[in-house]
Design a protein around this ligand. Structure first.
Ligand code: FAD
Ligand code: NAP
Length: 531
């Protein structure tokens, strides 16, 4: 494309997004380099090695579809694959498509500065090296920067400190140890039952209870796999037509359109199927508060059936909108609280005061343990961007542009930062859909766009500010219609002190979004300035 840069494109991150981006760009003949902070590829599945870590989109759908051979040859063993199996899959993909040779591991991109004179990005690596590229593709991940609350006195704690998202590779043996887990989101809900089986005692610190639906995980039946593989494209097409990019049986009528007994029967049926598809029981659960309340009441009753101590069940049963915070999928989570070696501490009113040498205190009461697990989540969606010193036109820092919340055109680009693409950026469906599906759609769109520019001899693409503003307004309007924007969650930067309260992903649904992206491309990249 040009010999004046080190690379045509630099990709930051080697998770599923970075890997597929590399494969596509190299296939189109571009000179590409991927930089990855970790010592291995796989992103989420490289970092999150905590006990019990799995996907909660079914394995047969939580996988790439770009290669028919790949999806035919890979064998998932369970309905929901474990973290090691997903990481093996990422490694298999990297080897099968010979990706490793263009990936530089153990390398954090510290800064990315746009040089207006040459329409070139200069990237500064943590070792001090600088590389240049025409395009900078941010494949940073939406859930890749951990959130570690700044508890006073943590440095005095004499025990071991872990975060689910930075789990030691050698594993952790909790046998005979008193363990604390802070947080009750998806990572906690997956890890707590496993840690409880090993630890001498487990204390869980809960600020907000969460709804969880049983996974009913099981080995995959060969007949089921054969049937899917006989028409994988058919399943993918059905998934693509769904709001969430995942196919499962769902109803297209209101919770109010049936009587109470019928409604209960339908919830029971969806409970028995398990997992995230529970919210497909009726089509108004995320838009109608009274409809949602019927689903929430059903799940609360289930929690009460599972937890022997009624007072404990009350603490564990959320009184909030189901699906407002991301729904969790569990395997024996609530039952774990029936164990003699598990204690729940409610920190909703009295927050954790801070740490001591032997544990932490809540309202002055000491809780002592040998190890603490932070299951406190991520600085989601924008955290990995804010950690890079990204500067666009006139030296404008991205952090300043996004001070009041992220602003993008289609979650793909942001005005003032030409030739910088984001994969699953804020303002795209990303985390509200099955992510490998959304990653492939973004990567394909970006590669097509670059091909269009190459054909026309263009070297610069930038989102128009007016189109970006209109898109942001649309993203906000869509969010306002959903119950999902009504509570504190990581979708809104909820757990990060000081983050502006902005609903970051696009909630209008995957099919509408794909249609919008395709129509923009078909109209010669309407809303972008190309030069
Ligand atoms: P990541 O996998 O997050 O990869 C981004 C990479 O960029 C990381 O390796 C990071 O080290 C690197 N990076 C970031 N900043 C820099 C920098 N400055 N320099 C160099 N490298 C950098 N989604 C689903 O759809 N279904 C699921 O079941 C599901 N389960 C999940 C379970 C867990 C525990 C978590 C945390 C997330 C889960 N997700 C799930 C979301 C998951 O993040 C995505 O599915 C997908 O793996 C994201 O891929 P990615 O490549 O976009 O980002
Ligand atoms: P999370 O959902 O953000 O949960 C973090 C938990 O930590 C919350 O319970 C939060 O409480 C608590 N917390 C944060 N700061 C705290 C503080 N100072 N004091 C006490 N509690 C505090 O993070 P996560 O569980 O890692 O999950 C993040 C996302 O990753 C998920 O929603 C999902 O998209 C993905 N994921 C998926 C799976 C899967 O099953 N496939 C597994 C793990 C993660 P509040 O709610 O009160 O803020």
């Amino acid at each position: 494309m040009t010999s004046a840069t080190d690379f045509d494109a630099v990709v930051v991150g080697a998770g599923f997004a970075g890997l597929y981006m590399l494969h596509r760009l190299r296939g189109e003949g571009y000179r590409v380099r991927v930089y990855e902070a970790g010592a291995g590829i796989g992103g989420t599945w490289y970092w999150n090695r905590y006990p019990g870590a799995r996907c909660d989109v079914e394995s047969m759908q939580y996988s790439y579809q770009f290669s028919e051979e790949l999806q035919q040859e890979w064998e998932w063993s369970e309905k929901y694959a474990t973290q090691p199996e997903i990481l093996d899959y990422a490694e298999h993909v990297a080897e099968r498509f010979d990706l490793h040779r263009d990936i530089q591991l153990n390398t954090t991109v510290a800064a990315a500065v746009y040089d207006e004179g040459g329409d070139v990005w200069r990237l500064e690596l943590d070792g001090g090296d600088v590389v240049t590229a025409r395009y900078c593709v941010m494949a940073l991940g939406c859930l890749s920067t951990t959130n570690k609350p700044d508890f006073p006195g943590l440095e005095d704690f004499q025990g071991a400190v872990y975060h689910t998202g930075e789990w030691p590779h050698e594993g952790v043996d909790f046998t005979s140890r008193r363990v604390a887990v802070i947080g009750t989101g998806s990572s906690a809900i997956q890890s707590i039952p496993v840690i409880a089986e090993q630890a001498e005692h487990l204390t869980v610190f809960q600020r907000t209870p969460n709804f969880a639906i049983p996974a009913w995980n099981a080995p995959l039946e060969p007949d089921e796999v054969r049937a899917i593989k006989a028409d994988y494209a058919g399943l993918r097409a059905k998934a693509k037509a769904r709001q969430t990019g995942v196919y499962f049986l769902s109803n297209e009528f209101s919770a109010h359109s049936v009587n109470a007994a019928e409604r209960e029967g339908i919830y029971e049926e969806f409970w028995t199927r398990g997992g995230l598809s529970f919210l497909g029981a009726f089509d108004d659960l995320l838009v109608d508060e009274t409809a949602n309340a019927t689903a929430a009441a059903f799940v609360r009753a289930k929690i009460r059936e599972k937890v022997a101590n009624p007072a404990l069940a009350d603490l564990l049963a959320p009184q909030t909108i189901i699906g407002c915070k991301r729904l969790c999928v569990d395997s024996g989570y609530f039952e774990t609280f029936n164990r003699d070696n598990v204690t729940l501490v409610d920190v909703s009113e009295d927050a954790i005061d801070g740490f001591t040498a032997s544990g932490l205190t809540v309202a002055g009461a000491a809780h002592n343990f040998d190890a603490v697990v932070f299951a406190t989540g991520f600085d989601a969606m924008t955290g990995s961007f804010t950690r890079i010193d990204i500067r666009g036109r006139d030296g404008l820092p991205l952090n300043r542009k996004w001070e009041a919340g992220p602003r993008t055109y289609l979650g793909l680009c942001t005005a003032g930062f030409p030739n910088m693409f984001m994969i699953t950026g804020p303002g795209s469906p990303s985390v509200l859909a099955s992510m490998i599906q959304t990653i492939e759609q973004h990567v394909d769109w970006i590669v097509d766009c670059m091909g269009h520019m190459r054909d026309k001899g263009q070297v610069m693409i930038e989102a128009e500010l007016a189109d970006e503003d209109a898109w942001v307004e649309h993203v906000n309007e869509a969010a306002a219609k959903s119950l999902r924007s009504t509570c504190s969650s990581w979708y809104l930067g909820g757990s990060i002190p000081g983050r502006p309260r902005v609903f970051m992903p696009y909630i209008g649904g995957f099919p509408i979004y794909v249609e919008k992206c395709d129509s923009v491309a078909a109209a010669d990249y309407a809303g972008f300035r190309l030069a």
